[in-house]
Write a protein of this length. Structure first.
Length: 158
């Protein structure tokens, strides 16, 4: 029998500020039984920071912004709206939240967790879009898991 290696300590210096926020968002979502995939591509030319699926199949898009400049340089966020039931901004505790559209959801997060400060209205996807997005999310997640287990497997990393 092999010995289980000791748990390695989390080193926040290895991640960028937006990745630290995404980590905290993932922990927050898991506490609500939502499970997310970072850097999800819902359609060509779009990349959502975190796409999460809930216990009833709800799809949430979360965009993580680490600074004013990061937010102001994002010209694609409205393109994510047709791919989710709810859209959130996730920002650090010092972010100037008055910049963010009030109709969007708001999560305040750091590397260790977060809090949903504002829940956006739900704009439910059509059945066909929901099915397509759920299948794509499942396949992308399975591919990443397989590639993490075997980096040289057919299909490569995405």
């Amino acid at each position: 029998m092999t010995e289980t290696p000791p748990e390695t300590a989390f080193d926040p210096t290895l991640l960028q500020p937006g990745q630290l926020i995404a980590r905290g968002v993932a922990r927050l979502l898991a506490s609500h039984d939502y499970w997310g995939l970072e850097e999800f591509v819902p359609a060509r030319g779009l990349r959502v920071d975190v796409m999460a699926i809930g216990p009833k199949g709800e799809l949430w898009c979360i965009e993580c912004k680490s600074s004013r400049a990061d937010y102001l340089s994002d010209a694609k966020w409205q393109g994510y709206l047709p791919y989710c039931d709810r859209f959130f901004w996730a920002v650090g505790p010092d972010f100037p939240v008055e910049l963010l559209p009030e109709e969007s959801g708001l999560i305040i997060a750091d590397a260790w967790g977060g809090e949903i400060v504002r829940m956006p209205d739900e704009d439910r996807l059509s059945g066909a879009r929901r099915k397509a997005m759920t299948q794509k999310l499942a396949r992308d997640t399975a591919r990443r898991l397989a590639c993490a287990r075997d980096p040289h497997a057919p299909g490569g990393m995405i």
